[in-house]
Design a protein around this ligand. Structure first.
Ligand code: GRG
Length: 316
């Protein structure tokens, strides 16, 4: 486990250190989550994408939300330790689901991309058939992993987590958003409302599940969950606006995936509708709205506050 010597006071909280330490913990847990056994090919394909890097933002949000509520812990250090112990299986499951969505999104039938996380996409290495199956296997295993590995909380909380994650992935979430996104391909008259629908489902729904599931495991009240949902929806939309801006402004090396795809496909995005400065401003407004929802949590929510700022400040 990485050392967590982070002072939670507003002045001294260091997001860079927090992200580094959390990433070490998440990657160790992910590494231990899947062993390569027979039939090796599919396990290798699952591990290839799961261990390919990435910011690990979703599991980190899940752990930070647990910390914000606190569970049974007393004091900042024990909050963190308890979050790692209780919420890590759910945090890993979030990354498994996210990774499978990237594998499927990169397929020729979807976004057709050759690079992801700085490496060849899954289907380029293992073929389309195995890439589809590796994604399916990660998706199913994510639910098994939550049910099998979560310990130390009442079973109803685990059932609630499974329900929320299913809702975020199904036609009510990622799948629904992806369907509308595909329908908009090649259209130049996509409205801001349709774009918002796509991104609230494709991107924000999983971030919302990460935050609320972490909080559910820690025993959050209905009122706190409502605030955290609003926080996550706002950072989710901001995250996608910045993603669209980075597609226009960053390099392929920086992003680890093909840059400039939206412009090449003449895809309608927020920056194509509003321009980059207005889009950036809109993302910053969404982040401020998100942070305002956290006021009542006090210093326990400093990591979630800082993660919201990171959404607009990031360069990859
Ligand atoms: C979930 C059953 C199921 C099917 C998948 C393909 C699909 C349906 C949905 C697409 C979801 C998708 C790829 C949304 C884009 C979200 C997004 C902005 C991804 C980039 O996230 P980062 O920047 O990536 O956090 P890293 O690599 O850092 O983790």
């Amino acid at each position: 486990m990485a050392q967590h010597t982070i002072d939670m006071s507003t002045n001294t909280f260091n997001l860079e250190n927090y992200l580094k330490a959390a990433k070490v913990d998440v990657e160790a847990a992910l590494d231990a989550s899947i062993q390569v056994v027979y039939p090796e090919k599919v396990y290798e394909a699952m591990r290839y994408s799961l261990m390919a890097g990435g910011k690990r933002l979703r599991p980190i949000l899940c752990l930070a939300a647990y910390e914000a509520i606190g569970g049974d812990s007393q004091g900042d250090a024990s909050r963190r330790d308890e979050a790692l112990r209780v919420a890590m299986p759910t945090a890993c499951a979030m990354e498994m689901v996210h990774t499978m969505s990237l594998i499927h999104d990169d397929l020729p039938a979807m976004d057709n991309d050759d690079y992801r996380r700085g490496k060849l996409t899954n289907h380029k290495v293992y073929g389309e058939d195995i890439a589809i199956l590796a994604g399916d296997a990660l998706l199913a295993y994510a639910f098994e992993f939550i049910a099998d590995r979560t310990a130390g909380v009442p079973a109803e909380r685990v059932i609630n987590v499974v329900k929320r994650l299913g809702h975020a992935i199904a036609a009510t979430g990622l799948v629904g958003g992806q369907v509308v996104d595909l329908e908009c391909e090649g259209k130049t008259d996509t409205t801001a409302e349709t774009l918002t629908f796509i991104h609230m489902h494709k991107t924000a729904a999983l971030l919302e599940a990460c935050v609320t599931c972490g909080a559910v495991l820690a025993g959050a009240s209905g009122a706190d969950l409502a605030k955290l949902s609003t926080y996550a929806q706002n950072i989710g939309l901001a995250f996608q606006i910045i993603d669209d801006i980075l597609d226009m402004t960053a390099t392929t090396e920086q992003l680890g995936k093909t840059a400039g795809k939206d412009v090449a496909a003449q895809k309608v995005t927020y920056p194509s509708l509003w321009g980059i400065p207005t889009s950036q401003q809109k993302a910053e407004e969404l982040v401020n709205t998100a942070k305002a929802e956290l006021q009542s949590f006090g210093s326990a929510a400093i990591p979630l506050m800082a993660l919201a700022d990171y959404i607009t400040a990031r360069d990859r």
